[in-house]
Design a protein around this ligand. Structure first.
Ligand SMILES: [Mg+2]
Length: 96
């Protein structure tokens, strides 16, 4: 199983090699765009509960969101594993 840290390292290297360069001002917009695409997939699934195609759309969009989030984390030098661990401890302290 690949860790969040390993995925983050892979994305960092992939963007270095990529011919596609995303400007800093667009990175948050890309994340928001992907969240919008997931909203559309969820809306479509809710209207077609038996349609597996829409369920796979949600999976795809979650992957896209994760890529965009990892890209933002790299930009702001955030270790997502540490960030999530802090959130997890906060949830445990409040709800679990
Ligand atoms: Mg997408």
């Amino acid at each position: 199983m690949t860790t969040i840290k390993e995925h983050q390292g892979w994305v960092k290297e992939a963007w270095k090699k990529s011919s596609k360069k995303i400007e800093e001002k667009d990175e948050l917009l890309f994340l928001m765009e992907e969240i919008g695409e997931m909203a559309e997939a969820v809306r479509k699934l809710n209207g077609n509960k038996n349609d597996k195609e829409f369920a796979s759309d949600i999976e795809k969009e979650m992957g896209d969101i994760l890529l965009s989030l990892i890209t933002l984390a790299i930009r702001y030098k955030i270790d997502l594993e540490t960030a999530f661990e802090k959130t997890k401890q906060s949830v445990i302290g409040r709800y679990v």
